[in-house]
Ligand binder design. Structure first.
Ligand code: HEM
Ligand SMILES: *[C@@H]1O[C@H](CO)[C@@H](O)[C@H](O)[C@H]1NC(C)=O
Ligand SMILES: *[C@@H]1O[C@H](CO)[C@@H](O)[C@H](O)[C@H]1NC(C)=O
Length: 332
């Protein structure tokens, strides 16, 4: 007969196995999650995004970025959408977000439209994932099928936002660590950075490259001279820090692979963009080249990597809640 000690360790192993099994099941998102509970979801969200895009050509970019800034902080749980109230301290005021992330009013409009069709069914975290996927496709990018079934968190984490989100002034190795901390590899980093094929950036996010790069007294040597001239006109050394500039100076609102050909000609806007190509010996260089050479290779990888990013620690099953207002946790 087994000794009590052996029996108890056997039971522990069984419990652990069961917990892992349950966790694994819970973590499973599905592309058909709302097929029966909200079959109109995609068309409802698409309609609101098309409306918004009529008056705001930048909205696709802004919605894609919201999903990224949500997922990197405690997983894709719509924590980014919570306003300050009660015990909640909003992530919107964290350094990477303040006066920078935008599109929250459009997310509210999407939520209202979705609640009209399917009350209490669709999470704000899934709205962000779906709005990002639809925005990519509407801007001319790949059509990937986004897994759904996330639930909304009940906490926000501003210091987590400060720590987990990459900075445009950061070195490549440090950015790689932030991606690998959430399970994303070099291919994900390079592919997802390709989202900078659309959208805008304020002068202060790259002006350090224009005049006195790292205290050298000269511009960043990995910045094309003519492109630098153009950017200095837009961003004078004194002031103008919030002026908007195209992240992709060639085709600013079209989702294509020009971001990567730009990098090959030293026309990456942010230091963090250009580093992917200009860091000698970096593992990212050959990935940039392969995406520059083939838009379909980029599109395939981008879809895969958006799904990988969307899979970061989702709340599923009976965890979290379906918020009725994306800005607030439900009253208990
Ligand atoms: C690799 C590290 C990254 C850094 C350092 C970075 C940094 C930035 C910065 C500084 C801006 C401009 C913000 C402003 O001026 O207010 C920006 C804009 C943007 N980022 Fe990133 N980003 C990174 C990765 C990503 C990823 C992974 C995505 C999505 C998959 C993304 C999507 C966007 C988009 C679409 C915009 C334009 C937003 C708009 O026009 O509203 N970025 N990013
Ligand atoms: C929603 O679905 C119903 C039935 O499937 C359809 O008649 C209706 O037009 C759809 N509405 C939208 C906004 O897509
Ligand atoms: C560039 O920055 C460094 C360090 O901040 C400073 O010592 C130097 O005087 C600056 N050079 C110019 C030309 O502004």
């Amino acid at each position: 007969m087994a000794s009590p000690r052996k029996l108890s360790s056997l039971l522990q192993a069984a419990a652990l196995f069961l917990a892992m099994l349950l966790h694994g099941c819970n973590a499973q998102l599905s592309t058909r999650f709302y097929d029966s509970s909200c079959s109109n979801l995609t068309s409802v969200v698409t309609n609101v995004i098309r409306q918004a895009q009529n008056s705001d050509p930048r909205i696709h970019a802004s919605l894609i970025r919201l999903h990224f800034h949500d997922c990197f902080v405690d997983g894709c749980d719509a924590s980014l959408l919570l306003d300050t109230s009660g015990s909640i301290q909003t992530e919107k005021d964290a350094a990477p977000n303040q006066n920078s992330v935008r599109g929250f009013d459009v997310v509210d409009d999407i939520k209202t439209a979705v609640e009209n069709f399917c009350p209490g069914i669709v999470s704000c975290a899934d709205i962000l994932a779906l709005a990002a996927q639809i925005s990519v496709s509407e801007a001319g990018g790949p059509s990937y099928t986004v897994p759904l079934g996330r639930r909304d968190g009940t906490t926000a984490n501003p210091s987590g936002a400060n720590n987990a989100l990459p900075s445009p002034f950061e070195g490549l190795t440090s950015i790689q660590s932030k991606f690998s901390a959430v399970g994303l590899d070099d291919t994900d980093l390079v592919a997802l950075s390709g989202a900078h094929t659309i959208g805008r950036a304020q002068c202060f996010t790259f002006s350090g490259r224009l005049y006195n790069f790292s205290g050298t007294g000269s511009p960043d040597p990995t910045l094309d001279t003519n492109y630098g001239d153009t950017l200095r006109q837009s961003c004078p050394q004194s002031g103008g820090g919030s002026t908007l500039n195209d992240l992709d100076p060639t085709t600013r609102d079209a989702f294509d692979n020009n971001y990567f050909t730009n990098l090959q000609s030293n026309r990456g806007l942010l230091q963090s963009d250009q580093e992917l190509f200009s860091t000698s010996g970096a593992s990212t260089v050959s990935i940039v080249n392969s995406f520059a050479n083939s838009q379909s290779t980029f599109f395939q990888s981008f879809g895969n990597s958006m799904i990988n990013m969307g899979n970061i620690s989702p709340l599923t099953g009976s965890n979290g809640q379906i918020r009725s207002d994306c800005r607030r946790v439900n009253a208990s």
